[in-house]
Design a protein around this ligand. Structure first.
Ligand SMILES: [Zn+2]
Ligand SMILES: [Zn+2]
Length: 235
């Protein structure tokens, strides 16, 4: 019912009746042009290949990435309110915008078998009380009628400061923090999986998870992320 009342657009904060206004929807559509099909980084308009140089050099384990906008762009504030103040209504606006732009299936027309969240460690979940990725999964799952499961992937808590660790140290840690819960391994065999998250930075985490899922028999792994950092350097 609240959707019928004047509300503010999650992009530009202008008052209107939809969660995201037409002007902002148009901006998001324009944003999709000239993106790398695999990691969603910008590519030059004259580029013949649909992949960026990074992906051509070293292919990530995931098959493709779709995003809505750039991190630092006009949806960043909305993502922060969603993630840190748990404003779930924002996630509905993001889903509306998503369905305007992207289909609820894979680009090759295949159906998605599972939508999975990026897990938080138990410690982090207790601390924050909210897994932003899982909340997005639930909303997408309900609307698109695709199954979602929060107990396929798990993350182990790693002591130490990630930010101050060296690049090699971070890569080593990443390879060891995710695992698949043994009793659910059978769920992913030969399945097309979508990972949903709020922000994609370097893509390293998503690539590690995609590799893990494929090692256990997943047919394909696609990323649906709301915001993408404009470059590969960690921020
Ligand atoms: Zn707007
Ligand atoms: Zn790329």
């Amino acid at each position: 019912m609240y959707l019928l009342l004047p509300t503010s657009c999650i992009g530009c904060q202008e008052f209107q009746t939809a969660t995201i206004c037409q002007k902002c929807r148009k901006r998001l559509k324009d944003f999709q042009i000239n993106r790398c099909a695999q990691c969603a980084l910008p590519i030059a308009p004259h580029e013949k290949n649909s992949l960026c140089m990074d992906c051509l050099k070293k292919r990530p384990a995931f098959d493709a990435t779709l995003c809505l906008d750039s991190y630092g762009g006009f949806l960043t504030e909305a993502i922060h309110s969603y993630k840190y103040q748990h404003q779930i209504a924002i996630a509905h606006g993001l889903l509306d915008a998503w369905l305007d732009i992207h289909p609820g299936r894979l680009q090759n027309g295949q159906v998605v078998d599972w939508i999975l969240p990026i897990p938080l460690s138990q410690e982090k979940l207790h601390q924050r009380g909210f897994n932003q990725s899982w909340e997005l999964c639930k909303i997408f799952s309900k609307k698109l009628r695709i199954k979602s499961h929060w107990k396929v992937l798990q993350r182990i808590h790693v002591e130490g400061d990630q930010a101050s660790a060296s690049k090699q140290e971070r890569a080593h840690r990443l390879n060891n923090v995710f695992s698949i819960i043994p009793k659910n391994i059978s769920l992913i065999k030969n399945k097309n999986i979508v990972l949903i998250d709020d922000v994609m930075t370097t893509g390293a985490t998503l690539s590690v998870i995609a590799q893990l899922l494929k090692d256990f028999g997943a047919q394909s792994v696609h990323n649906w992320v709301i915001l993408r950092t404009p470059t590969k350097s960690p921020c």
